[in-house]
Design a protein around this ligand. Structure first.
Ligand code: GLA
Length: 670
């Protein structure tokens, strides 16, 4: 298994490299990522290349048995390059140029920047093609969301022309008759940037809006699609350059839940997925389940195991810092990643830097280069993981349920969230938690997945629909699958128009319900819900349903629609469709999903839920094993079924067990 760090030899005197490499080896490290921001050092002037320092760094690391991932440096173009064409800088939605001083200061649609990117990727690939120590490549660093410059405008028009072929088709799909927006030619189309109605927002107070939000919904959605395609093409241009010289695997480091780009599309050209995880950062702390869900999504991008390319290893932040990882947390986060499908672990970063905007972003070593508590913990972990080499690499997760994430739906909801408190991302999280808390494992994947693998597929608030997706859902349910949908499912067309079908649109027949009306819940009001599984409240949305034969699982218990169905289940063919017409508080949603799990024969891994503890079921070569994780700083005592052996220390594990604070167990049934 690869175990290592992100290392920046260019930040330190060469005399130090030997000690760094030795300390890495002593901590059990065997891989290092290099060079992804070192463009100016590799090409100090246009066409003048210097890889000698990098060659020496690689030799020093290799002499300690450490292998290399090389990153192309295109996320940090040198000033000399930007000065050649200042229009390569990105432009924000307000038309302001984002200048030099940090990184990601380019537009991926700029033809000249693309050429320079290809050139540096090619030069690196050519130089390192035969270097035996390089084992993988990373393209760029953390691609991000839209730019609004003139290159984008040119390319957007071409993209639209390709997509719609005729301007009439575009006018129809965007509904440009509204407010006289009709276009005569593709060249009349501008960018969906700051419009005259922006600044006047009907959405003040909502946290999950993209900008601009006052625009033609079809155009806004297409702009996100276009920008994803542009980024995919930009990435591919570099992949092709590297591929001309080497067959080594190529990746790009993703950002978990970040959703400005469609990661399913970005992932298609990559050999493997990797991602960057900072659970305690300057903005707050990710809940353990949010990090678990992000890992599951990363596994779902290609439906294969992934690498951690940057795993937090110290307190971090730019202007201010998040909490320092407590003793045991680095190990816990490492096993959490491995449990969810990581099979290589690279920590960010080796040593905190003394300069630059990230001088507070701590790594394993502090600024003085001395290995203290965090280094000792990583070293211990390195030794422990060496013994588990065969366990995690090529292991598989076993999940009976899939949560479907759709970036198109994400963008549509983010632009117009229906209710100011609604967030598609948070709704997916809520369903994920309601299942995961019962110790039932999940996959998070795209609507393109093979539904037949799952006992249940959840598509919360999947509002943009097509006849093809509808047919896929129907076939799955008719064949015995369980499908869960919610309020706002099936309300729109794929290009973001409101559907004229009676809600829930394409899902209506399957779900056996139709909407009489709905209640968007605002200003602190709540709606009561009652059911055999308990009572609860809705605080965002309540669909008032008419059942066309669906069984009613919950009804409303307040407001003028008291007594009408809130949650239903319908038999369709051999399977079931659950319709959850409202948001529910976490307790009620947990109870509902317990009932759903029971009805669908989804068996939890533990008899009783243990809060703060996660259990992940995996297999390796057909042999099942479990990873147990305690996310709390107190010991947890609970019973596990069966007799197991610990893969960490060979001890017998069974019956009533104690999982230490931030403790981890990896066990196999005997
Ligand atoms: C990202 C980047 C890294 C580093 C860290 C910390 O994940 O990929 O280069 O900047 O954030 O900010």
């Amino acid at each position: 298994m690869y175990f290592g760090v992100d290392y920046y030899p260019e930040h330190w005197p060469e005399e130090r490299w030997t000690l760094d490499a030795r300390m890495m080896r002593e901590a059990g490290m065997n891989i290092v990522r290099l060079a992804e921001f070192a463009w100016v050092k590799m090409e100090p002037e246009l066409g003048v290349y210097d890889f000698s320092w990098l060659d020496r760094a690689i030799e020093v690391l290799a002499s300690e048995g450490i292998q290399i991932i090389l990153g192309t440096p295109t996320a940090a173009a040198p000033k000399w390059l930007m000065d050649l064409h200042p229009d390569m800088y990105p432009v924000d939605v307000y038309g302001l140029k984002k200048g030099f001083g940090t990184r990601r200061h380019y537009c991926p649609n700029h033809a000249v920047y693309i050429e320079h990117s290809k050139r540096i990727a090619r030069k690196m690939a050519e130089h390192y093609a035969d270097n035996p120590h390089v084992v993988a490549w990373q393209v760029d660093n953390e691609f991000g969301g839209p730019c609004y410059c003139q290159s984008d405008l040119r390319e957007f028009r071409k993209w639209l022309n390709r997509k719609y072929d005729t301007i009439e088709a575009l006018n129809r799909e965007w509904g440009t008759i509204f407010w006289s927006q009709t276009y005569r030619h593709f060249d009349e189309i501008d960018l969906p940037a700051y419009s005259s109605s922006d600044g006047f927002s009907q959405n003040a107070g909502a946290g999950d809006l993209s900008t601009p939000h006052n625009h033609n919904p079809g155009m806004l959605l297409d702009y996100h699609r276009f920008f994803t395609d542009a980024t995919v093409a930009y990435q591919k241009a570099q992949i092709d350059e590297i591929r001309a010289y080497t067959a080594l695997p190529i990746t790009h480091n993703l950002m978990g839940h970040a959703s400005d780009l469609d990661y399913f599309k970005l992932g298609k050209d990559l050999d493997f997925i990797c991602w960057d995880n900072y659970p305690n950062n300057m903005w707050g702390k990710a809940s353990p389940s949010s990090a678990s869900m992000a890992h599951d999504l990363m596994r779902g991008i290609k439906e294969q195991n992934f690498w951690m390319m940057e795993q937090q290893s110290g307190p971090c932040g730019w202007q201010h810092m998040g909490d320092t990882p407590e003793p045991g947390q680095l190990r816990l986060w490492t096993y959490q990643a491995l449990a969810h499908g990581a099979e290589a672990m690279v920590y960010f970063r080796w040593r905190a830097c003394t300069v630059g905007i990230e001088q507070y972003w701590h790594g394993i070593l502090d600024h003085d280069g001395i290995g203290r508590r965090r280094y000792r913990e990583i070293k211990q972990l390195g030794a422990e993981l060496a013994g588990l080499n065969d366990v995690f690499v090529d292991s598989q997760n076993v999940s009976p349920i899939a949560v479907i994430k759709s970036y198109d739906n994400y963008w549509s909801h983010r632009q117009q969230p229906h209710n100011r408190k609604f967030s598609y991302g948070m709704l997916l999280n809520a369903y994920y938690d309601a299942i995961a808390d019962q110790h039932i494992n999940l996959d998070v994947t795209s609507v393109e997945t093979d539904f037949a693998k799952y006992k249940m597929v959840m598509m919360p608030a999947f509002n943009l629909m097509t006849a093809e997706i509808s047919a896929k859902c129907e076939a799955y349910v008719a064949g015995g699958g369980a499908l869960l949908i919610t309020f706002r499912s099936g309300t729109k067309t794929w290009n973001n128009q409101m559907s004229t079908l009676t809600v829930p649109g394409h899902f209506r027949e399957m779900a056996g319900v139709e909407l009489e009306e709905f209640d968007s819940i605002n200003f602190g009001r709540t709606v009561k819900v009652k059911a055999e599984f308990g009572e609860g409240t809705a605080a965002i949305w309540a669909d008032v349903l008419n059942s066309n034969g669906a069984e009613v699982l919950a009804t409303y218990d307040s407001h003028y629609y008291a007594g009408q169905p809130a949650v239903t289940v319908n038999r369709y063919g051999e399977g079931h469709v659950y319709y959850v017409g409202c948001d529910l508080d976490a307790v009620a949603l947990g109870e509902l999903m317990k009932l759903v799990a029971q009805r669908e024969g989804l068996v939890p891994l533990l008899r009783e839920p243990v809060s703060g503890v996660e259990i992940i079921a995996k297999t390796k070569d057909g042999q099942p094993f479990w990873v147990l994780l305690n996310y709390t700083n107190e010991g947890k005592r609970f019973e596990i079924p069966g007799d197991h052996v610990s893969l960490l220390d060979g001890s017998s594990v069974g019956g009533l067990i104690t999982l230490a604070p931030y403790g981890v167990m990896v066990i196999r049934q005997q």
